[in-house]
Design a protein around this ligand. Structure first.
Ligand SMILES: [Zn+2]
Length: 260
């Protein structure tokens, strides 16, 4: 696979090969017949697209076209894509899916209801009433694995009962990332944490989070579970973990890294 670098601009046909990535009006993405890829080598004869990655030998072009939906029945909903993507493909999909929402689905200024002028080469959408351009927004979200001596704390969310994972939550206005980590841990399990260390981050297209992962340490292990969000929380020995999220997710990498 090419070494793809993010770029942005209206697609112009050149001699360089392209990989087409196609959404329909319902934000579903076209997979090939065997659901092995959403990057298509063939030409779909769609007029307007945006180049969103530049590779060594191929570029990736984003299209949104509802007509093609009538000719192909293998469009896949966003929620179905996660289990089909490896880490590299998830990265491409994350950018494509969020750009698709911004370019093709965000049509009006939320303050004035005025129709935006079309997206320009720098992603800005201009509102005549505001007098300035609007840009896409993403939601920062922290996740943290808390350690105490030789155990880690994992939680089971009410809406994801099939695995245990890191504590996570959205960053609030005015907060630093470290403050968000301390608040979320305290809200969800009643612990005070220190020695907070950054691990890695990941763009997460379900729908538009930037996940930012941390390790932290707890002084004691007496937890009070927030039953409105969690169905369970447990301390685990490092060699006896429960079922955790799929390996592609940052939470899984964070849990694995916390074992060393
Ligand atoms: Zn406006």
């Amino acid at each position: 696979m090419d070494n793809f670098k993010p770029c942005f601009g209206k697609f112009e046909k050149t001699s360089k090969k392209t990989l087409s990535l196609i959404f329909n009006d319902k934000s579903e993405i076209l997979f090939d017949d065997h659901k092995t890829t959403f990057l298509h080598e063939r030409n779909f004869n769609i007029d307007q697209g945006y180049k969103i990655f530049e590779g060594d030998t191929k570029d990736i072009v984003l299209f949104c076209d509802d007509k093609i939906s009538n000719q192909h029945d293998n469009f896949i909903k966003k929620a179905q894509t996660f289990s089909l993507l490896d880490e590299e493909k998830l990265k491409i999909y994350a950018r494509a899916s969020q750009l698709n929402t911004w370019i093709y689905k965000t049509k009006y200024c939320s303050r004035h209801g005025t129709k935006f002028e079309n997206v320009t080469d720098d992603l800005g959408k201009y509102c005549n009433e505001c007098g300035f351009s609007h840009y896409p927004k993403m939601s920062p979200c922290i996740m943290v694995v808390v350690k105490h001596k030789n155990q880690i704390l994992l939680v089971q969310h009410k809406n994801s009962p099939h695995f245990f994972t890191a504590i996570a939550g959205f960053v609030e206005y005015g907060e630093t990332l470290y403050e968000a980590v301390k608040r979320e841990v305290n809200e969800e399990v009643g612990l005070e944490v220190s020695n907070i260390r950054f691990f890695e981050s990941q763009s997460w297209p379900y729908p538009n989070q930037l996940m930012i992962a941390f390790f932290a340490e707890a002084k004691d292990k007496y937890i009070t579970i927030d039953k409105s969000e969690l169905s369970d929380a447990q301390w685990y020995d490092l060699d006896k973990l429960p079922r955790v999220p799929l390996a592609t997710s940052l939470s899984s990498k964070l849990i694995k890294a916390s074992l060393s």
